[in-house]
Ligand binder design. Structure first.
Ligand code: SAH
Length: 213
């Protein structure tokens, strides 16, 4: 696992691309500039790792586009020590961003193969989420709730109720909602049954799947 000056230089260019697209949170930009994204993908994609694009990883899944990762992370508004739940661990790239920003990270992945690979890989790079599980993100992680923030990194056909109910008051759920195209949606919990909802334009994600196959 190598990280060279060349990779570091390419990452700084990526940071500027993501900044130019409107990301302003310096901690998010610093995370993008720090994490060796090329190590999260297949070696044959090395040259593509620092383009602002999504790419295929194992089990027919994708590593999200850096801009999308930055956009969702910015919406979460993380403070160090925040308890954050991620749905869709995938390559672990978003997980690493959350760890680097000082969050206590819990993450769920439904593909056994990805769960296995990523659980071994993240600690090797020095990223230590509190808990990674193989399971169904629609259910959230009730045993670790409530969360300051929940981030869903796959396209949800609807907003799973358990995720809303596992937020602290003041907590934020960032979720792309839709079937073919998703609307990035932020829910802020204002009270036991009150949620504020904001929408942030269209994105494309792999689907949040309901049953294991
Ligand atoms: N955060 C990831 C994005 C991976 S793509 C990254 O940065 O690489 C979305 C991921 O969600 C895939 O790994 C997919 O297997 C997973 N996923 C799909 N449906 C899910 C579900 N119901 N519960 C948990 N994970 C799910």
């Amino acid at each position: 696992m190598k990280d060279t000056f060349k990779h570091q230089g390419m990452r700084q260019q990526l940071v500027e691309v993501v900044r130019a697209k409107g990301i302003t949170n310096e901690k998010v930009l610093k995370a993008i500039g720090t994490i060796p994204r090329h190590l999260f993908m297949d070696s044959s994609f090395l040259d593509h790792a620092y383009q602002d694009k999504a790419f295929p990883i194992a089990a027919d899944q994708t590593i999200s586009q850096p801009y999308t990762v930055a956009f969702q992370t910015e919406l979460l508004n993380i403070k160090p020590g925040d308890q954050i739940l991620e749905i869709g661990t995938g390559s672990g790239y978003q997980t690493a961003v959350l760890c680097l920003m000082g969050a206590k990270v819990f993450s769920i992945e439904r593909q056994q193969e990805l769960f296995r690979i990523t659980s071994k890989f993240l600690p090797k790079l020095g990223y230590r989420p509190k808990k990674l599980i193989f399971g169904d993100g629609y259910k959230g992680m009730p045993e670790e709730a409530p969360f300051d923030g929940i981030i869903v990194t796959a396209g949800a056909p609807f907003v799973p109720k358990p995720l809303l109910s596992q937020l602290k008051i003041g907590g934020r759920l960032v979720i792309p909602v839709g079937v073919d195209v998703q609307t990035m949606t932020l829910f802020i919990r204002k009270g036991p049954k009150e949620f504020e909802q904001h929408e942030f334009g269209e994105f494309r994600f792999v689907p949040l799947l309901e049953d294991r196959n």
